[in-house]
Design a binder for this molecule. Structure first.
Ligand SMILES: Cc1cc2nc3c(=O)[nH]c(=O)nc-3n(C[C@H](O)[C@H](O)[C@H](O)COP(=O)(O)O)c2cc1C
Length: 180
């Protein structure tokens, strides 16, 4: 029997930062590492969002959001964004986050993100203390020169894989090719 939390063996996990529009008129940012692609048709990505978070309320208020992949160099910022709530703090102002306009929706991207999605809420599934938000991907963007059709070039850029607490990991750029 494993003594730790059951989900530890599924970490480290790639971290997204959700930007949502909130009832208080602000944009809010929340890191989320419990995320996964769900279907190709329609293109969807699911994120487990705690019902106690302000992001949960913001996504009920406004059905569009961006899901941003920040580089590993933003680990400090990501940790800070996940340590306070947008209910009490204007995180963008407090942490100096800049935004860039999106192509398809009225919620901006995080400036400096290396990739991300412009999305609309497709469905929510309530599971215990969480709502699994399934987002319909309306547009995918990637920063120039960091990825090809197979994904990121990890010799050029790296992503924040969240371990536990303040620990983040990088992707080892050397692939392990399975034998035929
Ligand atoms: C790296 C990292 C990953 C996180 N992943 C999730 C997650 O997947 N789902 C979640 O509900 N909270 C997650 N959290 C916690 C939220 O980000 C945190 O509760 C945040 O303060 C909520 O902000 P809000 O109240 O402004 O929405 C994570 C925190 C960190 C630092």
């Amino acid at each position: 029997m494993y003594e730790g939390k059951f989900y530890r063996v599924l970490h480290p996990r790639p971290t997204l930062v959700i930007v949502s529009k909130c009832p208080n008129g602000r944009l809010n940012l929340m890191p989320a590492s419990w995320n996964t692609p769900v279907s190709e048709e329609p293109p969807t990505v699911a994120v487990a969002v705690e019902k106690s978070s302000y992001t949960y309320e913001c996504l009920k208020h406004h059905r569009y959001a961006t899901l941003n992949v920040l580089p590993i160099e933003a680990a400090d910022l990501i940790y800070k964004l996940g340590s306070v709530s947008g209910r009490n703090v204007d995180k963008a102002t407090e942490f100096g986050v800049k935004f860039e306009n999106s192509e398809k929706i009225d919620v901006p991207r995080v400036a400096g993100a290396i990739a991300g999605y412009e999305t609309e809420v497709y469905k929510e599934v309530e599971v215990g203390e969480v709502a699994l938000y399934i987002f319909h991907v309306l547009y995918t963007w990637v920063a120039p020169g960091v990825a090809d059709q197979w994904g990121f070039d990890f010799r050029r850029v790296n992503i924040p894989l969240h371990g536990a607490g303040r620990a983040f990991y990088r992707v080892d750029p050397r692939p392990v090719f399975a034998k035929r």
